[in-house]
Ligand binder design. Structure first.
Ligand code: AMP
Length: 609
């Protein structure tokens, strides 16, 4: 059996995981720097394509050619995503039922961008195992419709991966906690990430997960917590230093990064100090956990309404929930945990890393599929009903929602006009009675029917949903022996040929990209270090002696020289050199900053008394 990895293809971050053969324990695969999370960001630069942390650093400098949150666009048409576009700095255009992203003169589709992320994870897994990886299980939100699932599968194919199963994220999170083993129960999966909030209520029975209800907010998450802190800091800086930094993009970026870092520290500590060096001054501020909680309380509380709505949709009360699972980095915030526990009346599962839990569950599913666990049947259900438009625009449902998959269904239809030779088939997905209110999945014609009186032809329509939740539809005229049959795979605009071309292109770009990425990474790091050292020399050079200052200045000049070359090894070495030369200065500055912060804390305390 070839190896299958589990992939969480996230809006903000993506991960790859596997199950350790010896211990049976799922593990994530880190990159060469030990980082498990790969930011789902792709930057198109003149030298090639960047992905992950190095691409994320381009967000400020090259916003129009750096693509993030592409998951929000996967498998969707322009009308579906119009409201999203105000959040995205890159250009998105409508294109035959799907959208394309315009980068300079190059157009890319969302699956192509996701494929770049997937490819990076594939390579990471290959480096880890020392063998080629060709199969993966990929997770998607429970509310993803057929087109969005299909787009995710296409992304896998473009990346050179056979996507053996698409799994719902809440199902994966439950699998990571082994909840498939409970005989029967109801699980609430609370997923609060960087920019999205999802609540899913699942029923699990004999290893089958059924999505009872989902709800959420597609624009709520830890980024909003950061924004609330930044607003507070802007006010405080204006008060203390008499400047308003809200219109200075670079200062805002510094503030955002510092705010996020402080928020993360406050998940483990009761208080922390923010030290942000600006050109004109260095800002110090202590922030306590309860101050943070005051700033974000309203945001955290706003997740509770969707939870109550999901419970109501599932026809359940919070007391009916047997297990609560936390997913997403923002569930580390203690206020979030307390609120979730209060709502559901029980302690949530939180032993696993909430950033990793979906990928770990995908790995469990992959392990099951690869035959590692043989005594377990694991199934999912269709999230929405599937049917055919019939006379008068009414939907005839063939497969109702929540049907366990894989599944198939057949139904006989006929014609409504005498001598009708062609029947239009319209496949729709949704819970509404009228086809125009449902999502249109595919249209096709069944032609070549022998002329007969209305009602005579027998048209058999077969729906087949495979284990990934992807549908195939076949229509056959049965009465005439020479049955005409057409098979459609609902698509969202990418043809087989498109996908093939993208697969080829991704190979073409791959080799050039690696070298370009390494060079750009080295240059970016050099730039960061140079900026910091320049600032440190401006503010703290009196802390060190003339000799030491001279050494630092020389190391700085050497790095500037190296940065101008294309030699990434030299750039890396001289960056390390400059880092080493400034270690002592950095320590002295940190001490001074802490002393300053403590002094201002004491002053605040005195004021409060
Ligand atoms: P995700 O989208 O699941 O990767 O979650 C990312 C979000 O989690 C970001 O807003 C992070 O700032 C936030 N996050 C990560 N670690 C922590 C932590 N220890 N405490 C609070 N928030 C965190």
């Amino acid at each position: 059996m070839s190896r299958i990895v589990g992939i969480d293809l996230g809006t903000t971050n993506s991960l790859v995981a596997y199950v350790d053969e010896k211990t049976g324990v799922p593990r994530v695969i880190p990159d060469r720097d030990g980082q498990a999370l790969l930011p789902s960001v792709v930057s198109f630069v003149s030298e090639g394509v960047l992905v992950g942390a190095v691409a994320k650093r381009q967000l400020v400098r090259r916003p129009e050619s750096t693509v993030y949150s592409v998951k929000r666009l996967m498998g969707r048409g322009y009308e579906d995503v119009k409201e999203e576009l105000c959040y995205l700095p890159f250009k998105v255009l409508p294109c035959e039922g799907i959208v394309k992203i315009l980068i300079g003169s190059r157009e890319v589709t969302p699956p192509e961008v996701s494929a770049i992320v997937l490819k990076s994870l594939k390579e990471r897994a290959e480096a880890h195992f020392g063998e080629s990886i060709e199969k993966a299980v990929i997770t998607v939100p429970a509310y993803f419709n057929d087109s969005q699932r299909q787009a995710t599968k296409d992304a896998g194919r473009i990346a050179g991966l056979d996507v053996v199963r698409i799994v719902n994220e809440p199902t994966a999170a439950s699998l990571a906690y082994g909840l498939q083993r409970i005989r029967a129960g109801v699980v609430a999966v609370y997923d609060l990430g960087g920019g999205t909030f999802d609540i899913s209520i699942l029923r699990v029975k004999d290893g089958v997960f059924e999505v009872l209800a989902t709800n959420g907010n597609t624009h709520l998450g830890g980024d909003d917590f950061d924004r609330a802190i930044v607003m507070w800091l802007l006010d405080d800086i204006r008060e203390k230093h008499g400047v308003y930094l809200g219109r200075d993009p670079e200062a805002m970026q510094e503030l955002r990064l510092s705010a996020e870092a402080a928020k993360i520290r406050l998940s483990a500590e009761e208080w922390t100090v923010l030290t942000i060096p600006f050109d004109a001054f260095t800002y110090h501020r202590e922030i306590t956990r309860s101050e943070l909680e005051r700033l974000i309380a309203r945001l955290v509380d706003s997740t509770l309404r969707p939870c109550r709505m999901a419970l109501a949709d599932a026809g359940l009360a919070s007391a009916d929930i047997d297990e609560v699972v936390l997913v997403g980095g923002s569930t580390r915030v203690s206020l979030v945990r307390r609120r979730v526990q209060d709502l559901f009346g029980k302690a949530p599962h939180s032993q696993l890393n909430p950033d990793e839990v979906v990928a770990l569950g995908a790995a469990v599913q992959a392990h099951i599929l690869a035959g590692g666990i043989t005594n377990m049947l694991l199934l999912d259900v269709t999230p929405l009903s599937l049917g055919i438009e019939t006379l008068g625009g009414i939907v005839s449902v063939l497969i109702p929602r929540n049907t366990t998959i894989p599944t198939n269904a057949r139904e006989l239809f006929t014609t409504s006009v005498d001598g009708q030779r062609v029947v239009d088939m319209h496949v729709v997905q949704g819970e509404r009675e009228v086809a125009k209110d449902c999502r249109s999945l595919a249209r096709f014609e069944l032609s070549g029917i022998d002329p007969m009186p209305a009602g005579m032809p027998k048209i058999e329509v077969v729906f087949l949903i495979d284990a990934n939740g992807i549908l195939q539809v076949t229509a056959t005229e049965l009465r005439t022996g020479k049955a005409a049959a057409i098979e459609v795979k609902p698509t969202y605009g990418l043809s087989e040929a498109d996908v093939e071309r993208m697969v080829e292109e991704s190979f073409t770009y791959a080799e050039a990209d690696v070298e370009a990425r390494l060079l750009i990474e080295a240059r970016n790091e050099a730039d960061t270090v140079i900026t910091h050292v320049e600032r440190a020399l401006g503010q703290g050079s009196q802390l060190v002696g003339a000799d030491e200052r001279e050494t630092i200045v020389t190391a700085l000049e050497t790095l500037r020289g190296a940065r101008a070359t294309n030699d990434r090894v030299l750039i890396r070495e001289t960056t390390t050199g400059l880092n080493r030369a400034t270690e002592h200065l950095a320590e002295l500055m940190m001490d001074a900053a802490l002393r300053g912060a403590l002094a201002s804390r004491r002053a605040d305390e005195i004021m409060e008394r």
